[in-house]
Ligand binder design. Structure first.
Ligand code: CA
Length: 397
């Protein structure tokens, strides 16, 4: 799903009218009362009566959307499971065919925005399996359900008002369907992203991210370009760390020139020297120090603007590579044992007890937990990769 921190700022403009009124988090108010108030406020903010009548009248909340919003995974996703689940031979093959089939369109988009076709096809494949799964949930019903709900009311109220503005503009039909959280079209843009970055690529006056491939690819490339995509650069590469490598240097917080990484003994995964290019890179080890290592460039950070998950960004980059006939990752496939939510909670509780503050345990190993794990590992004199694992849990016993 497409979510981006700075969309909140864009959304804030759209939502300002609402937030200045009495629309924030009205969980104690029933849905129908809330909807009536919302309709009045939306009308005052300039949305046409026609759009509001056609989208809001007779709506009921969607319980399934709330269930999906509350869902918590029982096990953490491991690196290989994630990657294998998203990059199948079938998907690679179809991506290669689509790359060829739409070459002329991709060339135009590349000339305008500098985004290489293989990346656009990779996003398209990962987001919706090349348009096969764009979501079956009526957009406005989902967004009103989530805006009325207290958990993320402010965020979804912004998405809702923006979706109505997009409908008012004539881009999308009133009964459009999306993901349960409101991600739309072939590349799953959230409404605020759609409003800010979608482009009418085929010039028919509408920005249609379902039926017009020019609109889809101009829009995705426009988003990437405006988010800092470096034309002519790739996303990163799989590398080998030397024995005894200082793991403190790993993570997106440390940037060094390729030449500096080479001096530290980092090499291409095939053992050859790193390319000689004046590029900043960070070294990441998403499965811990025993797993694969990647040097990632600026464009990797731009992919993170699309979706904040390192695993997602690696999947985009690797799929893009595979589309142009590169091979699978070469690191040995270590056996990864997924942590249950309960085990992650235990690790967090033990860290807290041992004086490594992770805040209130939530069963999700975020950046604060990983930092605490690193500090704990250092104190034990073991490789400090910050990676939560079953072995780590055993150390506390
Ligand atoms: Ca169009």
């Amino acid at each position: 799903m497409f979510e981006k921190k700075r969309f909140l700022k864009i959304g804030a403009v759209a939502g300002a009218l609402l937030l200045s009124s009495n629309m924030v988090a009205m969980a104690d108010v029933d849905y129908q009362t809330w909807l009536k108030d919302f309709k009045e406020t939306a009308a005052r903010s300039g949305i046409s009566k026609k759009t509001l009548d056609n989208t809001l009248d007779g709506l009921t909340p969607n319980k399934r959307v709330l269930e999906l919003d509350r869902r918590q995974p029982e096990f953490s996703l491991t690196f290989w499971k994630y990657l294998n689940g998203r990059i199948s031979e079938k998907r690679i093959q179809r991506g290669r065919e689509l790359l060829k089939e739409h070459a002329a369109l991709f060339k135009k988009v590349h000339d305008k925005y500098g985004v290489q076709p293989r990346f656009l096809v990779a996003f398209w494949g990962l987001e919706t399996n090349f348009g096969d799964y764009t979501g079956v949930f009526p957009l406005i019903q989902s967004l009103t359900t989530l805006a009325h709900d207290e958990r993320r009311s402010e965020f979804f109220t912004k998405q809702l008002i923006t979706a109505l503005q997009i409908m008012d503009r004539g881009d999308i039909p009133y009964d459009v369907k999306a993901s349960w959280a409101g991600a739309m079209g072939y590349c799953q843009f959230m409404p605020t992203t759609y409003q800010a970055y979608a482009v009418d690529g085929d010039g028919d006056g509408k920005r249609d991210m379902w039926n017009s491939l020019p609109d889809v690819f101009y829009s995705a490339a426009n988003f990437l370009s405006q988010s800092g995509w470096q034309a002519g650069e790739t996303w990163g590469r799989e590398v080998k760390m030397p024995k005894g490598f200082e793991l403190d240097l790993t993570g997106l917080g440390t940037k060094k020139k390729l030449g500096e990484w080479a001096k530290l003994g980092v090499r291409n995964i095939d053992g050859k020297a790193l390319p000689k290019a004046d590029m900043d890179a960070s070294l990441i080890i998403p499965a811990g120090y025993k797993g694969p290592a990647f040097l990632v460039y600026e464009n990797f950070r731009t992919i993170l603007d699309w979706n904040r998950s390192n695993l997602y960004a690696i999947a985009v980059g690797h799929l893009a590579d595979r589309l142009v006939w590169k091979g699978p990752l070469e690191s040995p496939r270590i056996k990864e044992i997924p942590l249950s939510r309960a085990q992650t909670l235990q690790i967090q509780a033990r860290l807290n007890e041992n004086g490594y503050d992770v805040g209130k345990p939530d069963g999700i190993a975020g950046s604060r937990t990983r930092k605490a794990i690193k500090a704990f590992q250092k104190s034990k004199g073991i490789p400090a990769d910050g990676y939560p694992s079953v072995e780590l849990l055993k150390l506390f016993k």
